[in-house]
Design a protein. Structure first.
Length: 175
């Protein structure tokens, strides 16, 4: 009897961990975001990273694995994870973008340069409105508790009417 109970408990807790591990941000491609915008309007969050960036890895591991961050991003944004050194040819707003020297150190993709307005700092998050026009670029690593007010600021359109400092001071998040 005790072995059956122990086995059931192990299976139960293993299943809980499996479900938690499967919860993640619904990362999509730029092309998928453009298609989705035709049926449901949302802002776009473009997470700019590079493979060599230690702070990017920390943001992936800590910030983008936080359940509150995952939930908010999935509900309010189309999320794109973009390697700024990608060799892919991408199409954005009717124009093609490439990396002219893929594989070479610090050779950034044209789209990364355009969206980040030439300020190549990683990690960075680019916020686009529902028309895929730039709102702003927010550079740097943010732990989940500091990232939460930022995504709410842009996700709720507060940036249109409230100063960031005031919003940040009054923000009452879940983290």
């Amino acid at each position: 009897m005790m072995n059956k109970i122990a086995l059931l408990l192990i299976l139960f807790f293993s299943g809980m961990q499996l479900n938690i591990a499967q919860e993640s941000i619904n990362w999509i491609t730029l092309e998928q975001a453009e298609t989705k915008l035709a049926s449901e309007q949302k802002k776009i969050l473009v997470y700019m990273f590079t493979e060599w960036c230690g702070w990017c890895k920390k943001m992936d591991r800590e910030t983008f694995n936080n359940p509150a961050i995952i939930d908010y991003i999935n509900k309010h944004f189309y999320a794109i994870k973009f390697d700024a050194e990608s060799a892919d040819t991408l199409f954005f707003k009717g124009r093609s973008f490439v990396n002219h020297n893929p594989g070479q150190k610090r050779q950034y993709h044209e789209l990364a340069k355009a969206l980040m307005q030439g300020k190549m700092s990683f990690p960075s998050v680019v916020y686009l409105n529902e028309m895929m026009n730039g709102i702003t670029v927010v550079p740097g690593f943010f732990p989940a508790a500091r990232f939460e007010p930022v995504i709410h600021y842009y996700g709720t359109d507060a940036y249109k009417s409230v100063d960031w400092e005031k919003f940040d001071q009054e923000f009452d998040g879940s983290l």
